[in-house]
Design a protein around this ligand. Sequence first.
Ligand SMILES: Nc1nc2c(c(=O)[nH]1)N[C@H]1C(S)=C(S)[C@@H](COP(=O)(O)OP(=O)(O)OC[C@H]3O[C@@H](n4cnc5c(=O)[nH]c(N)nc54)[C@H](O)[C@@H]3O)O[C@H]1N2
Ligand SMILES: Nc1nc2c(c(=O)[nH]1)N[C@H]1C(S)=C(S)[C@@H](COP(=O)(O)OP(=O)(O)OC[C@H]3O[C@@H](n4cnc5c(=O)[nH]c(N)nc54)[C@H](O)[C@@H]3O)O[C@H]1N2
Ligand SMILES: [Mo]
Length: 567
Amino acid sequence: MGVPEIEDAALLFVFGYNGADSHPIVARRIVRAKEKGAKIICADPRIIETARIADMHLQLKGGTNLLLVNALANTIIEEGLCDYDFIEQHSSGFDEFKEVVKVYTPESVAGRTGIAAEDIRKAARMYATSGRSMILYGMGVCQFGQAVDVVKTLANLTIMTGNLGRPSVGIGPVRGQNNVQGACDMGALPNVYPGYQSVTVPEIKAKFEKAWGAKLSDQPGFTLTMVPHQVLHEKDPAKQVHAYYILGEDPAQSDPDLAEVRESLEKCEFVVLQDIYMNKTGQYADVILPATGWCEHEGVYTCCDRGFQRFRKIIEPTGDVKRDWDIISQISTAMGYPMKYNNTEEIWNELIELCPNFAGATYEKIEKFGSIQWPCRDKSDSDRGTVYLHKGGKCSNPDGKAKFFATEWRPPQELENEEYPLALCTVREVGHYSVRTMTGNCRTLRNLEDEPGWVQISHEDAEALGIKHRELVRISSKRGSVITRANVTPRVKKGAVYMTYQWWIGACNELTNSVFDPISKTPEYKYCACKVEKIPNQAEAWEAVNKTLTDLRSSMRINVKRKGVSV
Ligand SMILES: Nc1nc2c(c(=O)[nH]1)N[C@H]1C(S)=C(S)[C@@H](COP(=O)(O)OP(=O)(O)OC[C@H]3O[C@@H](n4cnc5c(=O)[nH]c(N)nc54)[C@H](O)[C@@H]3O)O[C@H]1N2
Ligand SMILES: Nc1nc2c(c(=O)[nH]1)N[C@H]1C(S)=C(S)[C@@H](COP(=O)(O)OP(=O)(O)OC[C@H]3O[C@@H](n4cnc5c(=O)[nH]c(N)nc54)[C@H](O)[C@@H]3O)O[C@H]1N2
Ligand SMILES: [Mo]
């Protein structure tokens, strides 16, 4: 669906997605939908802004998504709220699915999810009967060891109620960064060429070999999250990683279990970092290639709704920097495969010729219409792209039907225990961005909020630990330990604490678990066991925080004088 369609839904089911902090522009559409009369159901373990404007807040316990979704499906079936015509005409596998969700009664999941059976029933009725229900989901779904399964079970809800293939319905993954959709579209994935064309299909491989005049492998590569293992523990020499070229990523801050990441960066024989700032990973790099930032070059981004958009250079770059594509071209040429492009349009034209789903999205058309959502197959102006997918219930499976998916719930891998009695979940905050190279280098934003970050903790847990709001605390898991400040808040329930992953001192990834979903390979950032401890000597702890930060900044060559932090 397109982002503007959000406004016209009759019901929004916002699931593990915190638009107000993560995507304020999308959040604005959610607010407008509400103003236009839409009902809102929010499924999130915290009282986020969406929960505050929602008609229902399902404040589930973290890690129980699949239990809740299967129970919603169970209710829709039991209460006869399915769209049987849609199921009959446009789906397969309903009977097997019914069998699996049979045992997921609202009563049977109430204890584990922390949601009353009657609330699950009420939400199921609201979702199934609104006429135009749309699901928006985010990292509260994706960052679990069981993530792809939950996406598919959410899709079950759309199929069984016929909320698919019409305007303002369906299921929307509100993709993370401004161009994460674009990076995937362009083939920055280990198993596909641009346009989601599999590397293992011989005809596709042959097509790209011919176009590029090169011999290509038919084996998928590794995901980013697999690299530490491939460097440290892989026995098969053909699968070991010895050199690591990192472009626009800071694994030494953003990947789980940082001690393991550092060990792998140290062991890796050759590390290249191509970035617009020095970051933590840069400390391990043998070579640093400085690139221009988003306002210093032009190109195409893809929005989370598959819309290609042009963006433009607004300032001239200063210093010894080059555009990312220029750096890649020069390295390729130096390595014996000459790559000569004069501008991004030449690269784009080569790309769309090789990707049937993008073929009609010329620079000229993107320019003329502002955004072209793929699939767009025809270059004529009459093909303006595809606003929403599966029109008329038609899906891309060989039989043209949507397939139900049924599976059992798996709990998170590392559960609370005697030594680490709290669940740690890691999220985002509005004032800083991802690894904070960009926002952390902006003085105004640093003045708003700075190191060592915060941990959200309930009043009950804080009281039991003798911790006061704003105090420095120590938080540890079996992998590591950091200092941060306590944010004692009624927005979170007892038993779970929440950190944001932007902080260099209060770096939550020292604690997180690197286990990942078997399909997406996305780590379980949203759940591991931890403990929080009071720090008796606050002054000493502040001194340690300031010293670590000064040392870190100087090792990262950040030449900024820091104002003393104080409580
Ligand atoms: N200001 C700012 N904006 C950003 C970013 C940033 O760093 N700063 N990062 C960008 C990126 S990379 C991304 S991917 C997006 C992500 O944006 P979001 O998808 O909003 O990501 P999160 O805030 O990590 O998680 C969303 C919600 O999931 C909830 N959650 C946790 N556990 C569970 C669970 O078990 N079930 C359910 N249903 N919910 C759960 C959390 O409480 C949280 O409110 O944001 C982007 N926008
Ligand atoms: N604990 C925990 N960890 C997480 C998450 C979480 O929820 N919890 N979320 C995960 C998610 S969803 C994501 S997407 C990742 C994000 O993590 P990262 O991708 O590592 O972080 P970013 O801040 O997006 O940027 C990475 C680097 O790109 C550089 N950069 C910016 N623009 C350009 C450019 O135009 N060219 C080049 N060459 N470099 C550029 C920045 O300076 C920065 O150093 O973090 C993941 N890590
Ligand atoms: Mo992301």
